[in-house]
Write a protein that binds this ligand. Sequence first.
Ligand code: CDP
Length: 208
Amino acid sequence: MIIAIDGPAASGKGTLARRIAAHFGFGYLDTGLLYRAVARDVAAAGGDLSDEQAAAAMARTLDPASLDDEALRGAKAGEAASMVARHPQVRQALLEYQRAFASRPPGAVLDGRDIGTVVCPDAAVKLFVTAAVEVRARRRFTELGAKDPGVRFEDVLEELRQRDARDMARADAPMRQADDAILLDTTDLDIEAAFETAVGLIKRKISQ
Ligand code: CDP
Protein backbone atom coordinates (compact mmCIF):
# COMPACT_ATOMS: atom_id res chain seq x y z
CA MET A 1 0.00 0.00 0.00
CA ILE A 2 1.27 3.46 -0.93
CA ILE A 3 0.56 6.66 0.98
CA ALA A 4 1.47 9.80 -0.98
CA ILE A 5 2.03 13.01 0.96
CA ASP A 6 2.60 16.25 -0.92
CA GLY A 7 2.66 19.88 0.04
CA PRO A 8 4.67 23.10 0.18
CA ALA A 9 7.86 23.75 2.12
CA ALA A 10 7.66 23.60 5.92
CA SER A 11 4.05 22.41 5.91
CA GLY A 12 5.02 19.69 8.38
CA LYS A 13 4.61 16.93 5.80
CA GLY A 14 8.02 15.40 6.52
CA THR A 15 7.45 14.92 10.25
CA LEU A 16 3.94 13.74 9.53
CA ALA A 17 5.04 11.27 6.84
CA ARG A 18 7.73 9.79 9.10
CA ARG A 19 5.26 9.27 11.94
CA ILE A 20 2.60 7.80 9.66
CA ALA A 21 5.13 5.35 8.22
CA ALA A 22 6.16 4.25 11.74
CA HIS A 23 2.51 3.93 12.79
CA PHE A 24 1.63 1.59 9.90
CA GLY A 25 5.02 -0.19 9.85
CA PHE A 26 5.78 1.09 6.33
CA GLY A 27 8.98 2.32 4.70
CA TYR A 28 9.48 6.07 4.42
CA LEU A 29 11.10 8.06 1.63
CA ASP A 30 11.68 11.81 1.88
CA THR A 31 11.89 12.49 -1.87
CA GLY A 32 13.06 16.08 -1.29
CA LEU A 33 16.34 14.57 -0.11
CA LEU A 34 16.91 13.16 -3.62
CA TYR A 35 16.75 16.63 -5.16
CA ARG A 36 18.82 18.10 -2.34
CA ALA A 37 21.49 15.44 -2.91
CA VAL A 38 21.57 16.02 -6.67
CA ALA A 39 22.13 19.75 -6.07
CA ARG A 40 24.87 18.94 -3.54
CA ASP A 41 26.64 16.65 -6.01
CA VAL A 42 26.42 19.18 -8.87
CA ALA A 43 27.91 21.89 -6.65
CA ALA A 44 30.63 19.56 -5.34
CA ALA A 45 31.69 18.81 -8.93
CA GLY A 46 31.92 22.55 -9.62
CA GLY A 47 28.87 22.45 -11.89
CA ASP A 48 26.05 24.92 -12.42
CA LEU A 49 22.59 24.13 -10.98
CA SER A 50 20.96 25.55 -14.10
CA ASP A 51 22.84 23.06 -16.31
CA GLU A 52 20.28 20.32 -16.99
CA GLN A 53 22.78 17.84 -18.46
CA ALA A 54 25.16 18.14 -15.51
CA ALA A 55 22.33 17.78 -12.99
CA ALA A 56 20.78 14.83 -14.84
CA ALA A 57 24.14 13.04 -14.89
CA MET A 58 24.33 13.40 -11.08
CA ALA A 59 20.73 12.21 -10.71
CA ARG A 60 21.46 9.07 -12.76
CA THR A 61 24.44 8.14 -10.59
CA LEU A 62 22.98 9.24 -7.24
CA ASP A 63 23.94 6.92 -4.40
CA PRO A 64 20.91 6.44 -2.06
CA ALA A 65 23.36 5.72 0.76
CA SER A 66 24.53 9.35 0.51
CA LEU A 67 21.10 10.71 1.48
CA ASP A 68 21.90 10.40 5.16
CA ASP A 69 23.87 13.65 5.19
CA GLU A 70 23.33 16.43 7.73
CA ALA A 71 24.42 19.01 5.11
CA LEU A 72 21.27 18.27 3.10
CA ARG A 73 18.99 19.54 5.89
CA GLY A 74 19.59 23.28 5.66
CA ALA A 75 17.65 26.06 3.92
CA LYS A 76 20.37 26.55 1.29
CA ALA A 77 20.13 22.89 0.28
CA GLY A 78 16.34 23.24 -0.09
CA GLU A 79 16.77 26.30 -2.27
CA ALA A 80 19.38 24.54 -4.43
CA ALA A 81 17.13 21.46 -4.66
CA SER A 82 14.30 23.47 -6.20
CA MET A 83 16.74 24.73 -8.88
CA VAL A 84 17.66 21.24 -10.08
CA ALA A 85 14.08 19.98 -9.55
CA ARG A 86 13.00 22.17 -12.48
CA HIS A 87 14.87 20.00 -14.99
CA PRO A 88 12.71 17.29 -16.63
CA GLN A 89 15.72 14.99 -17.13
CA VAL A 90 16.54 15.16 -13.42
CA ARG A 91 12.95 14.28 -12.48
CA GLN A 92 12.91 11.44 -15.00
CA ALA A 93 16.17 10.00 -13.65
CA LEU A 94 14.80 9.94 -10.09
CA LEU A 95 11.46 8.40 -11.01
CA GLU A 96 12.48 4.75 -11.12
CA TYR A 97 14.12 4.78 -7.67
CA GLN A 98 11.04 6.40 -6.13
CA ARG A 99 8.63 3.95 -7.77
CA ALA A 100 10.73 0.93 -6.78
CA PHE A 101 10.80 2.20 -3.18
CA ALA A 102 7.05 2.78 -3.23
CA SER A 103 6.30 -0.77 -4.33
CA ARG A 104 8.25 -2.46 -1.51
CA PRO A 105 6.02 -4.54 0.77
CA PRO A 106 4.25 -4.12 3.10
CA GLY A 107 3.85 -0.50 2.06
CA ALA A 108 5.51 2.88 1.80
CA VAL A 109 4.97 6.52 2.61
CA LEU A 110 6.58 9.00 0.21
CA ASP A 111 6.56 12.74 0.74
CA GLY A 112 7.29 15.40 -1.84
CA ARG A 113 5.60 17.68 -4.36
CA ASP A 114 4.50 15.33 -7.16
CA ILE A 115 3.97 11.96 -5.47
CA GLY A 116 0.19 11.88 -5.86
CA THR A 117 0.24 13.42 -9.33
CA VAL A 118 3.26 11.86 -11.09
CA VAL A 119 5.32 9.38 -9.06
CA CYS A 120 2.47 7.30 -7.60
CA PRO A 121 -0.79 8.37 -9.27
CA ASP A 122 -2.38 5.08 -8.10
CA ALA A 123 -1.48 5.53 -4.43
CA ALA A 124 -4.16 4.17 -2.08
CA VAL A 125 -4.18 7.37 -0.05
CA LYS A 126 -3.07 10.87 -1.04
CA LEU A 127 -2.74 13.72 1.40
CA PHE A 128 -1.93 17.31 0.46
CA VAL A 129 -0.56 18.96 3.59
CA THR A 130 -0.47 22.71 3.76
CA ALA A 131 -0.61 25.67 6.17
CA ALA A 132 -0.68 29.46 5.88
CA VAL A 133 2.68 30.72 4.63
CA GLU A 134 3.28 32.89 7.74
CA VAL A 135 2.73 29.86 9.97
CA ARG A 136 5.06 27.73 7.88
CA ALA A 137 7.69 30.47 7.98
CA ARG A 138 7.32 30.73 11.76
CA ARG A 139 7.92 26.98 12.13
CA ARG A 140 10.94 27.01 9.82
CA PHE A 141 12.30 30.13 11.57
CA THR A 142 12.06 28.44 14.98
CA GLU A 143 13.80 25.35 13.58
CA LEU A 144 16.61 27.31 11.90
CA GLY A 145 16.95 29.90 14.67
CA ALA A 146 17.75 27.15 17.16
CA LYS A 147 20.93 26.43 15.19
CA ASP A 148 21.74 29.93 13.93
CA PRO A 149 20.61 32.99 15.97
CA GLY A 150 21.43 35.23 12.96
CA VAL A 151 18.44 33.97 10.95
CA ARG A 152 15.76 36.65 10.24
CA PHE A 153 12.05 35.82 10.07
CA GLU A 154 11.51 38.09 7.01
CA ASP A 155 14.20 36.21 5.08
CA VAL A 156 12.72 32.82 5.92
CA LEU A 157 9.26 34.01 4.83
CA GLU A 158 10.59 35.42 1.56
CA GLU A 159 12.57 32.26 0.83
CA LEU A 160 9.48 30.09 1.37
CA ARG A 161 7.37 32.31 -0.89
CA GLN A 162 9.96 32.15 -3.67
CA ARG A 163 10.43 28.40 -3.39
CA ASP A 164 6.67 27.70 -3.43
CA ALA A 165 6.27 29.97 -6.47
CA ARG A 166 9.09 28.18 -8.28
CA ASP A 167 7.71 24.73 -7.40
CA MET A 168 4.21 25.66 -8.60
CA ALA A 169 5.31 27.44 -11.76
CA ARG A 170 7.64 24.83 -13.23
CA ALA A 171 6.41 23.12 -16.40
CA ASP A 172 7.33 19.56 -15.42
CA ALA A 173 5.51 17.99 -12.45
CA PRO A 174 4.63 21.24 -10.67
CA MET A 175 3.52 21.11 -7.04
CA ARG A 176 -0.22 20.54 -7.22
CA GLN A 177 -2.91 18.86 -5.14
CA ALA A 178 -4.00 15.70 -7.01
CA ASP A 179 -7.72 15.64 -7.83
CA ASP A 180 -8.23 12.67 -5.49
CA ALA A 181 -5.99 13.96 -2.66
CA ILE A 182 -7.37 14.88 0.75
CA LEU A 183 -6.44 18.38 1.90
CA LEU A 184 -4.99 18.63 5.40
CA ASP A 185 -4.51 22.22 6.55
CA THR A 186 -2.23 22.29 9.61
CA THR A 187 -2.38 26.07 10.18
CA ASP A 188 -4.14 25.57 13.51
CA LEU A 189 -2.83 22.09 14.32
CA ASP A 190 0.30 21.16 16.22
CA ILE A 191 2.18 18.06 15.11
CA GLU A 192 0.27 15.77 17.49
CA ALA A 193 -3.13 17.01 16.29
CA ALA A 194 -2.00 16.86 12.64
CA PHE A 195 -0.85 13.27 13.14
CA GLU A 196 -4.12 12.19 14.78
CA THR A 197 -6.13 13.87 12.02
CA ALA A 198 -4.01 12.29 9.27
CA VAL A 199 -4.30 8.78 10.71
CA GLY A 200 -8.08 9.24 10.96
CA LEU A 201 -8.28 10.38 7.33
CA ILE A 202 -6.10 7.49 6.14
CA LYS A 203 -8.12 4.85 8.03
CA ARG A 204 -11.37 6.24 6.68
CA LYS A 205 -10.02 6.25 3.12
CA ILE A 206 -8.69 2.68 3.36
CA SER A 207 -11.96 1.33 4.75
CA GLN A 208 -14.00 2.83 1.90
O1 CDP B 1 11.44 20.11 3.60
P1 CDP B 1 11.03 21.09 2.57
O2 CDP B 1 9.57 21.04 2.27
O3 CDP B 1 11.53 22.48 2.82
O4 CDP B 1 11.80 20.71 1.21
P2 CDP B 1 11.96 19.30 0.51
O5 CDP B 1 10.70 18.50 0.59
O6 CDP B 1 13.23 18.66 0.97
O7 CDP B 1 12.14 19.71 -1.04
C1 CDP B 1 13.16 20.56 -1.49
C2 CDP B 1 12.86 20.96 -2.93
O8 CDP B 1 12.96 19.79 -3.76
C3 CDP B 1 11.45 21.48 -3.18
O9 CDP B 1 11.36 22.89 -3.01
C4 CDP B 1 11.18 21.06 -4.63
O10 CDP B 1 11.66 22.00 -5.54
C5 CDP B 1 11.99 19.80 -4.79
N1 CDP B 1 11.16 18.59 -4.76
C6 CDP B 1 10.46 18.23 -5.90
O11 CDP B 1 10.51 18.93 -6.89
N2 CDP B 1 9.73 17.08 -5.94
C7 CDP B 1 9.65 16.29 -4.87
N3 CDP B 1 8.94 15.16 -4.94
C8 CDP B 1 10.32 16.64 -3.67
C9 CDP B 1 11.06 17.82 -3.63
